[in-house]
Design a protein around this ligand. Sequence first.
Ligand SMILES: Cc1ncc(COP(=O)(O)O)c(C=O)c1O
Length: 383
Amino acid sequence: MKVPILNLKRLHNSIKDEIYEAFDGVFSEQRFILGKQVKQLEERVSSYIGTKYAVGIASGTDALLLALKALSYKIYGREYFKSEDEIITTPFTFVATADTILLSGAAPVFVDIDSYTYNINPENIRKYLSNNSSKVKAIIPVHLYGQACNMDGIMQTAKEFGIYVIEDVAQAFGGKWKDKKLGNFGIAGCLSFFPTKGLGSFGDGGMVVTNDKTIAEIVDMLRKHGGKDKYNVSILGHNSRLDTLQASILLKKLKYVEKWNENKRKIAQVYNTELSGINDIILPVAHNSLPITPVYHQYTIRVKKRDELQAYLKKKEIQTITYYPVSLHKQKLFDGRVNPARKFGSLKNSELVTKQVLSLPIDPLQTEEETTYVVNMIKEFFI
Ligand SMILES: Cc1ncc(COP(=O)(O)O)c(C=O)c1O
């Protein structure tokens, strides 16, 4: 048996007729740029997450960049930060979370994560802010692997120090902290529709969700060259609109997201139960021990013999991936540039987990046989 980490072909085949209907709709209308499907998707996603506004963007990376630039506009009346401005985030994430900070003119400040949730530790944010609050403009928490950050801790700290929160929801579409959807806590939430994401398009795509009218308006301008009218612009913008074709596919897929996330939670429960007896494995923080509804963008375990286990599973045709093998603060980009990233403390948890994490197959349509096979092969490795 072969078990890929995600089986997009199977997933898309299961709704093939609807996807082709979406193609057909766009084909007959030929409104490829900001056609009505983009607006429809923005309305559905904002009502799903519970925000007032949503703006479709060309990628999750650009959603972060444009949200940051819009925040700068809100603070300073211009669309880029000062080089002394700082934005706190986690070093244990995809590069886009922090390179967009550099691209917006500010410097990322990396603070360490919790080694069990893999998410930024609000205590470390507070410690940094206690001595350095004047330069910090925002915090970007990342809901890694589809598991919510401690939003009570983060929002309280942000409020106390008077700084903004921009959530990176790229991996957590549909996830919740308590009874609120992720993306609806900070001044903006940034979504990615990269094909492998919980709501994935057939190419790149993203969205900014917000309750703030200024942020929504500025992001809307920034995605179309910086003007309400692209032939008469007022700020320095980008060409970064979500394609109509992608929006039309996402509209079809959105109806299934809740079901698919529920399926993944069930698979995660099987892994949790079956692997709990193996002492060498640290399981993801179980969703009944935190006030979260995870969406298991990844099901990630921690194992000391990570590379050996991965090689063993590969031989058994089970695909696993290490997200992420190198912490951002160890990457050259963030070191020694004009505006280098700041590091707070030792970042030892981030460094430790890069050596131990391994994401197992978790696919919305994964069969019981596939999950059992993965479990059995992991058990076999540890015998
Ligand atoms: C945590 C995180 N942030 C940002 C991004 C960037 O999204 P995109 O690939 O849509 O640009 C991704 C995914 O790729 C991600 O996983």
